[in-house]
Design a protein around this ligand. Structure first.
Ligand code: NAP
Length: 207
């Protein structure tokens, strides 16, 4: 008998606006789960991304519904509405701390886009955040890694070590492009799950 009973579980938290969620996000989450040996990945749609102020994003309930529809067929995926239910801006430090309280047996790995991680030095209580969780930055094809290393140079080395970069070719798909396509009447089929496509049309999003 070893001490496997004491082994910490690894929890992935997939943070994003998901306006809308698409196959790039799903491939990134599944890739991170496999590569970093995560036990499960919880998708957490951001209520009001702290850096976006009043820019127009879809209603949180629509983004939450689309995320639930997109992840339903993967038993390793869950969706949480904690940021949507919490009042005020969606600070990642609050989200990570909430998960650490509810799942004290798990280490937390926060997965998000490399472009979002580029701004990390401006995030709320960033050093504390990097002390309590690991970061997985998912890059799009053609992403210049030196952008990220240049920014991270200003962090203490023990913080830099907490950030991993993962290339995700499927992130050639982007939410911005999908919104623009819908607005122009162009097809979005095969860029995101059919259930999400139907939800967008039935609820007249992005037109
Ligand atoms: P964003 O500015 O909308 O997205 C930046 C880039 O990253 C976009 O290219 C986006 O592509 C991509 N991206 C976003 N989430 C992704 C994901 N989970 N997987 C792969 N690519 C992703 O960023 P955001 O969605 O608002 O913020 C990302 C996360 O960081 C959220 O959880 C947010 O709350 C958190 N955040 C926290 C703070 C803070 O605590 N102060 C500040 C900023 C961001 P798509 O448009 O295709 O998704």
């Amino acid at each position: 008998m070893g001490n496997e009973g004491n082994k910490k579980r690894k929890l992935g938290i997939m943070g994003g606006t998901f306006d809308p969620i698409h196959y790039g996000h799903l491939v990134a989450a599944e890739g991170a789960r496999h590569h970093f040996g995560l036990d499960s990945v919880v998708f957490v749609p951001a209520a009001r991304p702290p850096h976006k102020g009043n820019s127009s994003i879809s209603h949180p309930s629509d983004r939450l519904n689309m995320t639930v529809l997109a992840t339903g067929s993967n038993s390793n995926f869950e969706v949480s509405d904690i940021e949507i239910m919490r009042m005020g801006p969606s600070y990642t430090i609050d989200t990570v701390n909430q998960f650490r309280r509810s799942r004290p047996d798990a280490t937390v790995h926060f997965i998000t886009g490399a472009d979002a991680v580029l701004e990390i030095l401006t995030w709320h209580r960033v050093q504390e955040l990097l002390e309590i969780c690991h970061f997985i930055a998912a890059t799009r094809p053609g992403y210049r890694l030196e952008n990220l290393s240049g920014i991270l140079r200003d962090l203490p080395s023990q913080c830099i070590d907490k950030i991993s970069v993962m290339e995700v070719p499927a992130l050639a798909i982007s939410s911005t492009d999908i919104r623009e396509r819908v607005g122009k009447g162009m097809p979005i089929k095969y860029l995101l799950p059919e259930e999400v496509e139907s939800y967008i049309y039935s609820n007249e999003l992005y037109i």
